[in-house]
Structure formats: C-alpha cells, structure tokens
Design a protein around this ligand. Structure first.
Ligand SMILES: [Zn+2]
Length: 359
C-alpha cells in the first residue's frame, strides 16, 4: 500500500470516528427550562424558601406535595421523570455537592446570552441584553437545516417571544413558534386549531411569555405531524414565576415541565419513527442566586451563582451513568456539539462535545 493511500484510509477512519460511528440516534429533542436552579434539580424544594411567607402562600400544600427531609426523595417528588427515568437510563450533570460542575461561559448570566451560547456553542460578548435583535450568529439549528437529510426537519418552539430573534427566523428560514404565535403549518389538525383557539382565549400572566402548556402541545403536535429530526423546545415559566417571587408557582412549573418531558419521551418511545433512535438533551440558560435568600428570584452577574447550571441527557447512545457523583467540569458551550455529534453532524463551532455522553 502506498503512503498516500494509507493516509487516505487514516483520514477516512478518523472522520468515521468523529461523525459517523455506529450510533443509533437519528433524532434529537433539545429542551431548555428557563432559569431552573441546579439546587432544585439535585435537592428538591428549598427548605428555607418553603417556610418563607414572603415567597409562598401555600406552605402546607407545598410541604404535602414536595417535602421530604431526605434530599434524594425530595428531588424525586419534584422531578419524577428526571429521577426515575433519566437517573436510571441517562445522565445528570451538575450536582455541585459532589464537585460535579456545569457553568456558562458567557459573562452575562441571563437569557439571550445563554440561549445564544447553548444554540451556537459559543458565547458572544457583544450580546448584552434581551432585546429583540436578530442574532448575527448561526445556531446549530440553522446549520442542521442546511445539511443533507435535515432540510425541513428542524423546528423550534418557545414560550418567550424573543426566540425568533435568537434563532434568527428571518435569515435561517426555520419555523420558530414562540411567544403568542399560533400553529403556522399547513393543513392544521383539529387539535392544532383548538390549541389556537384556547391560546387566544387564555390570559397569560406576562406580556412576552406564554404559558408552557401551549408551547408543549404545539411542539408535540408538530412532532406528531411533521416528524422533525431536530426539535428544540424552550419552556419558560420557571424563570418568570421566579422573577415574580412566587416560589409555589416556580416549583409547580418545574414539576409540570418534568411531566411534559415525560410525555414527549412516552410519545417518542411509542412511535416507530422515533423509538430507540431519539435522544433528549436538556439544560437551562442560567442559574439563580441562593444567598441572601431573596436572590433565588434573580440572576445576572450581580447575583452570585447564576452562572451555575446543569445538563441531562437520555438516549440510546449515552451510557446510563445516572447522576454524576465525581468531580468534573462541563460548560454550556458544549451542548451544541454534543447535539450535533448525536445526529452525526459535522458541527465544529464552540466547545467540544461532552465525551461521556457517548458510548
Ligand atoms: Zn430571568
């Protein structure tokens, strides 16, 4: 064998190893909770907030539903899908009690910079507000949509009305259903039309964020009808209820979103196009504070700890490591390459994929 042929074979092997190894994942559902703290993910409801009458008016109800003196049982009551299914079959990164750390790399610690980092794989220091500015960066969603086998198979759903700008719907041409937008696709099912009617008739507590129940059911209906290979869903309630200072509602929203994710997983695992070939990648755009106690409501560089996040992964290509209990450090900018690698896409921007997410 001559040298150039050997070299060619070597390159072919390396490329194969990088992007087309025998993986089972053909589809990814990429999910974010807005501003859900790692503290609640790994320890359940916060005892100091549960008894704080400034932030909860339903202490007894909260206690009955979510309290247990053992943090391991408490977190299971709050996020049963995370702790019954993902902890058993998938991976949970970010329990800082074990020195397992996940941080953002952007220097802003709020939503637009966080979602830009998640979706592009790279922090952009020029993004310093949540204003509705078309993102000049290309997200993995936009990149994927230009790849063979993915055109028309990528979509995004979000509760916050800034997502069309973050994903640059105008340039990317991707379907982004966010804020109070209605189902937009052709030949709407009865169910989608009913969702549109309900959304019009349901008041939202906020002007720029809809209730997550609409985001969830629109996304699920789209999944059922259009079979996307990469579907991004951005749930939003947790952050808004936290800013409102309503701990009961923040906790109930986290619990509901966990059930939404279970609903997606059950759908995926019951559908021949998705079963055993779909991965879930779940994370958050930023953390929140803890001390003084009032800081749980907020985030940003003035709030210590709001750069601390978590990551959950579940799917056929990710070893069942459960909760990572050894020291480690991951970053928000690794999510895009991790999703890309699961899908076999040659996306090289930003932080490297999470090594342990692959068998
Ligand atoms: Zn916020």
């Amino acid at each position: 064998m001559n040298t150039s042929l050997k070299l060619l074979l070597l390159i072919a092997c390396l490329c194969g190893l990088n992007f087309t190894s025998a993986q089972q994942t053909r589809n990814v559902i990429w999910i974010t909770y807005d501003g859900l703290r790692w503290q609640e993910v790994f320890q359940g409801i916060d005892s100091s907030l549960m008894v704080n009458e400034t932030y909860t008016n339903q202490t007894a109800k909260l206690r009955n539903k979510f309290w247990d003196p053992d943090p391991g049982k408490r977190r299971q009551k709050l996020l049963p899908f995370f702790w019954e299914v993902i902890a058993g079959e998938g991976q949970l990164y970010g329990n800082r009690m074990h020195g397992n750390l996940v941080n953002v790399t952007n220097d802003q610690w709020f939503s637009y910079p966080g979602y830009n980092e998640i979706l592009t794989g790279r922090a952009d220091s020029s993004i310093q507000s949540n204003a509705k500015v078309w993102n000049k960066n290309t997200t993995l969603l936009e990149f994927a949509n230009g790849q063979k086998g993915f055109r028309g198979k990528v979509a995004a759903f979000g509760s916050w009305d800034v997502f069309p700008y973050i994903i640059n719907e105008a340039r990317s041409g991707l379907p982004v259903n966010a804020g109070f937008e209605e189902a937009f696709w052709p030949r709407l099912s009865k169910r989608a039309r009913f969702l549109n009617e309900l959304q019009r008739q349901t008041p939202s507590p906020w002007t720029s964020v809809r209730l997550d129940v609409f985001t969830h059911h629109y996304a699920k209906e789209y999944l059922r009808r259009h079979r996307p290979r990469l579907l991004y869903i951005a749930y939003g309630e947790t952050d808004d209820f936290a800013h409102d200072g309503d701990y009961d509602a923040y906790i109930e929203a986290a619990h509901r979103t966990d059930a939404f994710i279970r609903d997606l997983w059950n759908f995926v695992q019951s559908h021949p196009a998705y079963r055993n070939k779909t991965s879930l990648v779940i994370s958050t755009d930023h953390g929140r504070g803890t001390l003084p106690v009032d800081h749980w409501r907020s985030h940003g560089t003035k709030i210590k700890g709001s750069d601390e996040i978590w990551i959950a992964i579940l799917g056929p290509d990710s070893p069942a490591l459960g909760e990572l209990t050894s020291p480690g450090q991951l970053y928000q900018n690794q999510l895009a390459q991790t999703v890309a690698r699961l899908l076999g896409l040659p996306y090289t921007v930003g932080g490297k994929w999470i090594e342990t997410a692959f068998k």
